[in-house]
Design a protein around this ligand. Structure first.
Ligand SMILES: [Zn+2]
Length: 161
């Protein structure tokens, strides 16, 4: 199952976008997404705009503004920004973790060891049994130490006060 809500992050919020993807939510991001391009992407693909640019509404044509949904991110940095979004949009901080490629923002699909064997180092093949793949970039993911570190970081950041 893939969550329905989707975002596009302002070019200034790309590290926030990565953590949103880590939670499994669709968040487009890139250097091109500021000003008008940011709003056009949001409107065309039915995404919430995430920005810290308070002047964005003043600078944009009304016809575009009328169709865009904008969330002005109040927190200055991570992890407050991530907590803010989890609260504001009632994101599930656990259910969809690691279901999306952090690089491409595409959903990951389970794959078998035999299908990816020649792409992996022997130490991974010997110790891991579950693998996921991004159909866009071809990267293979498994539950390695970087995953455990990210999970610990998320749990620490998002733990209830
Ligand atoms: Zn990818």
């Amino acid at each position: 199952m893939i969550p329905e809500i989707r975002f596009v992050a302002d070019a200034m919020l790309q590290s926030l976008a990565k953590w949103i993807r880590l939670l499994g939510y669709d968040c487009a991001a890139g250097d091109l997404f500021h000003g008008r391009a940011l709003l056009e992407k949001a409107v065309a693909e039915n995404r919430w705009v995430l920005t810290r640019n308070r002047r964005l509404p003043e600078e944009m044509p009304h016809i575009l503004l009328a169709r865009a949904e904008i969330h002005l991110v109040a927190s200055e940095q991570l992890p407050g920004q991530l907590r803010e979004l989890v609260d504001r949009f009632a994101l599930d901080p656990v259910a969809f973790r690691f279901t999306r490629c952090l690089v491409c923002n595409e959903p990951l699909f389970p794959t078998t060891k035999s299908q990816v064997a020649d792409l992996l180092p022997p130490s991974v093949l010997e110790t891991k049994d579950r693998f996921w793949r991004c159909h866009s970039c071809g990267r293979v993911f498994w539950q390695g130490s970087h995953v455990h570190r990210s999970i610990q970081q998320l749990d620490y950041w998002l733990k209830p006060p």
